[in-house]
Design a protein around this ligand. Sequence first.
Ligand code: NOJ
Length: 971
Amino acid sequence: MSRGNERKPTSTKAIVLRSVLALGLALGCVNAVKREDFKTCAQSGFCARNRAYADLAKDTPQWTSPFQLNPSSLRLQKGIISGDLLNIQEEQLPASGKALSFELHLLDTEAVRVRINEVDPIKPRYDGVQDTVLIRPYGYSSEGQYERLSKDDNGVLSVKYGSEGQNTVKITSAPFKVEFLVNGVSTVILNEEGLLRFERLRNKEAESEKLVDQGAQGEQEGEIQIEKSALELKLEENLWDERFKDNTDSKPRGPESFGMDITFSGISHVYGIPEHATSLSLKSTRGPDAPYTEPYRLYNLDVFEYEIDNPMALYGSIPFMMGHSKNSTAAVFWMNAAETWIDVEKTNEDKASGLLSWIKTKKVTPTPTTKTHWISESGVLDVFVFLGPTQRDIFRQYASLVGTTAMPQSFAIAYHQCRWNYNTQQDVAEVDAGFDEHDIPYDVLWLDIEHTNGKRYFTWDDAKFPNPADMQLSLGAKGRKMVTIIDPHIKKDSGYHVSKQGTELDVYIKNKDGDTDFDGWCWPGNSNWIDFYNPKARDWWASNFNYDKYVGSTKNLFTWNDMNEPSVFSGPEITIPKDVIHYGNVEHRNVHNLYGTMFHSATAQGLTQRNETNQRPFVLSRAFFAGTQRYGAIWTGDNTATWEHLEIASPMLLTIGLAGVPFSGADVGGFFGNPEPELLTRWYQAGIYYPFFRAHAHLDSKRREPWLFGEPYTTQIREAVRTRYTFLPFWYTLFQEASVDGMPIIRPMFTEFPEDEAVFGMDDQYMVGDALLVKPVTKAGVTRSTVYFAGNEKWFDIKDYSVQQGPGAKEIASPANKIPVYQRAGTIIPRRERPRRSSKAMENDPFTLVIALDSKGEASGKIYLDDGETFDYQSGDYLLREFRVSKGVLSSHDIKPAGALAQGKKISEFVQRVGGLRIERLVILGSAGLKTVRVGDRTVSVSCVKTAGNHVCTVKEPQVAIGEDFSLQLE
Ligand code: NOJ
């Protein structure tokens, strides 16, 4: 039996099932996820209760929220509005009936934060997510940046804010509602549907006494007991301990969930809330025609053989959602790391302007609206609202809270070769040599769990890898790196130094008694899990990466963090029980979705502070949350070698990027199963446009290094991988942009063409930055693809420079050796066109600028270069330049701040060297034909080829350097 399915089964039935699955895989069958391992909303007490509340609201004519703000308590001071929020049906509440606190913060970035919390709860509610997710305390809008408009008798308080005063927040007291308007148009509304519900903490004993008491009194006084409806009864189900399959969640604090609806008014497309294997534009989960019946779930889980087109939870969670229409863009970030479910419902009903029936009779186009319902198990209701006005503003506003992507080392954006497992040092050497032999560039070779001594991380299987440091050095000699896997479960073994020290330092997650170490089953057998909430644990963990502690590691070795949801084979839903305890007596329930990120961050800290410092870390993680981008890359976990999985990878990666984590990829080739050569080739052709580009395969899958399928596949894959390398300067520049202003790297069409409704639901083609249009081929046997060319400008094929005119869809040839990829007119892309064996080997190569002129004869683009390894760029040691064509002149200049020079420092050796690299070629597309190029008095010859509808003009050796200011006259 394969070790690929060696998860410790909890019962004989499970053993049989796993065996059947493994056999299916071996036979190449496509398996389905074991849905019964994972909860539905109905099986999750708090989700069921909050959904029942929504049903109750729907079933109740004239439903209004019982929550009201006490108008006399409302205050606006120093950018904060606060007040007391009361539930007027107090008698329905089992607890004290005290008010909730309401706060609305006007941030200096124009974002708004709304917080609803319990006042004086019997135990503090968990409010620590902000400490790990927000990068720094934010500033408030100062008085003068907002204007209090009115507080009328109905208790409506309106405040105008935003740089142009374009935004208004209108707080209605009764029923409680918070409406956000942009230029007077309603855009985001909190609690419009009245679904706000807040379970106060209560005391189990007192509650059961009260119930007994009430029963007795009722009988004594002969009171008429009002029958509760089935829905009302549902609101009281599963309040305390809750069973799912073989596990009971003890829920010592009882029910503490909350929910609220958020309306995106006038907006029919919403995006985000990764990770789900679904479309970019989210589908309805409620309403008569809803394609899904379950809400989208956010709960980091290791879902074996996940299904596509499904709102089930996966490995990562980011509660960020963006809504977009032709007229507006808005987003919300629901800052909560507990299990969360989100219902989405699309309607055409427009409450503000009248009834649907009226709209129908008058044949007025109804305003589409998306209503969402957010439900979290515990913590504090804490939501940020971003009104842009543009998407770029929203990305910046969100990034100013949760941070931007860390600038990776340059090797990290090149090609990674992985499989479970490369078996021996000899195997590694042969695979490495195979790339050279077949002239396929690659940068990183990965080792999965089998390289260790019995799944004891930070160790090596000495028989298979006798000289790990030498192995890394020989890769390093070719400019290549290695990555090894390090998971968060630590084999219980007093002879294993990490396990022993972990016990001595007392850094493991505790059982619900808060005292004994939790243990469970994972790859190594019985294991403990490090508590990354403990600062001591984090520091100790980080120190394990020091070269003297991680014996056999060198500066060429980087890290892969897997199984960090965390995956616990013996646990409920294959994860850790919710009632285990972290440092500071924090129940895991509150922080589940952040656990993987805490691990990722401690590992990145370890690589950063290895004895030899000043090297940027590289850590790949499977679990993620908002803020993960600060620590490294993520991938979409265990996909399958099918065309459907290739297809779903684009929307999944686009969604993750929108939610602030741009450095992501999917296993090229598909993890489970064996791709036929055509699928593998098509996957490479798509994968070279993933920000993180790695091939990976399951232990049981056949070997599939790119040359193993023979011709024409080897040539086709070589061609694809080389294309990635050609575009590395462009990718690196996009990473820099993402690291500064939070822009996604691969972007949905609607991000670049926000006014073109035809692209709002499009996710089978996308943009890389603002310049490249990519349309992966995701079906067998396809040689023609329909590509939508947005905008009114031309698009140039990146290989043969043939031209297409937008707007409109066209059928384009997509023969086996290429997928449609086009450069947008008006852009300039820097490339490096000499094939080499690694990105490091290209670092002194000259550049080509591909200049795609728009209809006005203009174009612009950027290049960012730094040493690709160290943190020196943070003190200005980089080049960031802009190229621009305007009025027939191509110019190059520094974008301020221009690195060391701008800061009055000596120009570094790096900037001098790189700045002096020459531009060896200009390719100018979209001109009416050129004759010469003049640089001052010097004339350089141009050769133009006329193709259908396009002149492709090449200027060889214009004798200018990449870091130099120049003006070239294009004539
Ligand atoms: C699960 C990961 O998702 C997969 O990529 C890896 O190969 C296996 N764990 C073994 O480590």
